[in-house]
Design a binder for this molecule. Structure first.
Ligand code: THG
Length: 361
């Protein structure tokens, strides 16, 4: 990707783009107006490497929306139905953002840096504009902006070993969705145990563009014997792991109960959240539900509707052949009545079973 004027403004490069190019990226997407690598060798080969070794992912496009000021905590709570009142400093919480009707606007990790400083680590939608409007309209004392922060993920079973070599043994003490402020080349930055895979790993919230290439190079230098490679969020792994993708599996036309995010809605919480009144009315009444369906072999889903006996019973949101389960996994927004009728569905003459999005090992 060349650094043309258009690329810099509309399809933003990251501190790592030169290294991603050099590593042989074969395909990019655009996410939050920024480059996101999607394939290096092939989705299948990238998957095999991810589940066995360690990868470095340029996920700078997971942009941060910073809330700073005396009303920062109040604003963070207003936009999510998840109870944030017991969030510790340097703790992240995966949480839906919902509007006053209960519509899902995004599914970020909400990170508390300090009482008056929060980050929304957002999925692909222009959340900063919505939040700025709310802050102004409600007369809140809070600044809303996109800071110079460029997440880099280190994912895979050998991620902890590699991170320890770069940041020290303190890495081992970091719990899931907790962070620590750690120095790299004399600059303190947030490092959290998180990432969009279930292979284990960390995310480094680089806060100095100029340190991007040195950080990348250091990880590759220290990880040579671990067979570290450049990677990216992997469609096969995320489907096996039950990780949701905003814009594909759900969007503004869904409420959190429809897309498997009901567990992050704290209906009983005594907090000020703009969506909770509507969500209390909607709870348990969803007419469709995101479901995983396991088929014994791959089926042609070139049309996104799932048609059974001439009736549309669901809509496909994602699909992949799973090397782990040796099944073709389809995510679909299914009619609730159809889900309740039986535990199988027959599509194109092939029987699929409904399975939980997140399966026990
Ligand atoms: N990391 C960071 N920012 C992100 C993502 C990320 N922003 C965009 C996108 N990913 C947001 N979506 C998700 C979806 C799932 C998870 C994180 C972000 C996730 N879920 C775990 C799960 O579903 O099991 C844990 C949820 C929990 O228990 O709180 O990790 O990946 N920085």
């Amino acid at each position: 990707m060349k650094n043309s004027a258009e690329a810099t403004q509309r399809i933003r490069r990251t501190p790592y783009t030169s290294r991603v190019d050099a590593a042989g990226v074969s395909s990019y997407s655009v996410y939050n107006h920024m480059l996101l690598p999607t394939v290096f060798k092939s989705v299948e080969a990238d998957y095999e490497h991810l589940v066995n070794f360690v990868q470095v992912w340029d996920v700078s496009c997971q942009r941060q929306v910073e809330l700073q000021g005396v009303d920062a905590a109040r604003l963070a709570q207003l936009i999510t139905p998840r109870d944030l009142s017991k969030t510790a400093a340097l703790q992240g919480k995966y949480a839906p953002l919902c509007d006053e009707r209960g519509a899902v606007m995004n599914d970020p990790i909400i990170i508390k840096l300090a009482e008056q400083r929060w980050w929304l680590s957002i999925a692909d939608a222009d959340i900063k504009l919505w939040v700025k409007g709310l802050a102004y309209g409600l007369g809140l004392s809070v600044k809303v902006f996109e800071p110079d922060v460029w997440p880099l993920a280190v994912q895979g079973p050998l991620a902890e070993q590699l991170m320890e070599r770069v940041f020290g043994s303190v890495i081992r003490e970091i719990k899931f969705f907790r962070g620590a402020s750690l120095p790299f080349r004399g600059k303190e930055m947030l490092v959290m145990r998180s990432g969009w895979s279930k292979q284990g790993g960390f995310e480094i919230y680089l806060n100095d563009f100029a340190l991007g290439e040195p950080l990348w190079d250091e990880l590759f230098h220290r990880g040579e014997d671990l067979q570290v490679r450049a990677g990216c969020p992997n469609q096969i792994e995320r489907i096996e792991s039950g990780l949701l993708s905003y814009g594909a599996d759900m969007n503004e036309s869904n409420n959190p109960f429809e897309c498997g995010l009901g567990q992050y809605v704290d209906l009983e919480a005594d907090v000020e959240s703009m969506s909770l009144p509507a969500l209390r009315q909607l709870a348990g009444r969803q007419e469709r539900e995101l479901t995983a369906i396991a088929f014994p072999e791959e089926i042609d889903l070139s049309k996104s509707e799932l048609v059974e006996n001439g009736q549309i019973v669901g809509r496909v949101t994602a699909q992949a052949w799973s090397p782990k389960y040796k099944e073709f996994i389809v995510y679909a927004m299914m009619e609730t009545v159809r889900l309740e009728a039986s535990s199988e569905v027959v599509i194109n003459g092939l029987e699929g079973r409904f399975v939980p999005l997140v399966r026990k090992a």
